[in-house]
Design a protein around this ligand. Structure first.
Ligand code: PMP
Length: 396
């Protein structure tokens, strides 16, 4: 029976990254996959994580399963990181959480719970959104609707369009929102706009489903969670999928967490029991290593301070690269690229056609997605001039 299945095409993003790796051009530049890279093009291990790992290797005496909800330090630390240490909802025991295999696992657990609670739910996703949302959430059987989000001509959020579309979201639907650093466009909501979304959710009764995979890489750990926290203050319920892949550099360790803001502590406990059962029917137990490292970092003030410093340095570097890229691109092309400065996190669309991105790849070995989404962190002092010149040539 297996022979009846056909070979599927490679993932388009990973396929482009592989093509870049195979490209012999010494000047090649990889701006495809969303991993943070430093000035040397290396995706580094955080010093605080390395220290935590050394201690863990020394002290770990068993590889027995963790409790089904995951490491308690990790859960406590992540709830405070996302909702804020002074969150009223946390103090009231209204947030339960389940460690998951990465932000992806958390999104899937959130979708499983939504499907059980509201089998006919529509999941409203931004246009565009991260393409992996569809298979991750859709495979539980939920259907999608799109809301307008990125306006290519103005390089910003079409907020009026978004609100108009979300007026059709009903009680029992989910609205998937990127907590910060929108993937793929980098255009985020203002706090005022988050307030409008909160009002809509209150009025219409839809459930916000927040995907926060880049907390700390836009404007800082607290500012990046401000929109989500505003919703948490005003709304009775919300699902949050958080990832430690980028902000703790734990990509391959598959470290994430599904969090459920509930009406009261009793509901929070009930939802946790549902989440455990959902995990049990998919992969059973959460992965331990990454969560134990993150838990140690979040529970030890010295390690946490060191991690916050390192993350802050990354954030500053990304924002510095955005600034430099605007200057270089404006100098080489004579066009306005100021929107790159306004956008947040690792991604921006350069606003190029698919044909122009193909020429960049084939003629200059500069790799980005066909949508012209770039990973800003793939730029460095050694390649920025080359990239800006190549972009100028393809749009000339
Ligand atoms: N959501 C978004 C928007 C992402 O970009 C990512 C990572 N690419 C994730 C969630 C989850 O990533 P992971 O499963 O590696 O934690």
């Amino acid at each position: 029976m297996l022979h009846t299945l056909e070979r599927l095409p490679d993932d388009p993003i990973l396929g482009l990254a592989a093509a870049c790796r195979a490209d012999p051009n010494p000047d090649k530049v990889d701006l495809t996959v969303g991993i943070y890279m430093d000035e040397d093009g290396v995706c580094p291990v955080f010093g605080a994580i390395r220290d935590a790992q050394r201690a863990l290797v020394e002290e770990e005496t068993s590889k027995a399963y963790l409790p089904p909800a995951g490491d308690p330090d990790f859960n406590t630390g992540m709830r405070a990181l996302v909702f804020g240490g002074d969150s009223g909802a946390l103090a009231d025991g209204r947030v339960s959480s389940l460690a998951a295999p990465g932000g992806c696992g958390a999104l899937r657990i959130g979708a499983e719970i939504a499907r059980v609670a509201s089998p006919e739910a529509k999941v409203w996703v931004s246009d565009p959104t991260w393409p992996v949302h569809m298979p991750l959430i859709g495979s539980v059987g939920l259907e999608f609707e799109k809301y307008r989000y990125y306006d290519a001509p103005s390089h910003g959020v079409d907020f009026d369009g978004m609100v108009e579309d979300l007026k059709r979201a009903k009680s029992g639907d989910l609205v998937l929102l990127h907590g910060c650093c929108h993937n793929p466009c980098g255009a985020d909501l203002t706090l005022e706009q988050w307030g409008v979304i909160a009002e809509l959710a209150e009025r219409q009764g839809f459930l916000p489903f927040i995907d926060i995979a880049y907390q700390g890489l836009g404007d800082g750990l607290e500012a990046d969670a401000a929109g989500l926290r505003l919703l948490a203050e005003r709304l009775p319920e919300m699902i949050v999928a958080a990832s430690c892949s980028k902000n703790m550099g734990l990509y391959r360790e598959r470290t994430g967490i599904a969090q459920f803001l509930c009406r009261d502590a009793g509901n929070a406990e009930a939802i946790l029991s549902q989440a455990k059962v959902a995990a049990r029917r998919i992969y059973s137990m959460p992965p331990a290593h990454g969560a134990l490292l993150a838990g140690r970092v979040l529970a030890a003030p010295a390690l946490e301070a060191a991690w916050r410093d390192e993350l802050h340095t990354m954030c500053l570097r990304i924002n510095g690269l955005r600034e430099a890229l605007v200057e270089k691109l404006e100098a080489t092309t004579g066009r306005d690229f100021a929107f790159i400065r306004r956008e947040k996190g690792m991604f921006s669309f350069l606003g190029l056609s698919e044909e122009q991105t193909r020429r960049l790849r084939e003629e200059y070995s500069v790799y980005m997605l066909g949508s012209s989404r770039i990973n800003v962190a793939g730029i460095n002092a050694a390649n920025i001039d080359y990239v800006a010149d190549a972009v100028a040539r393809v749009i000339a």
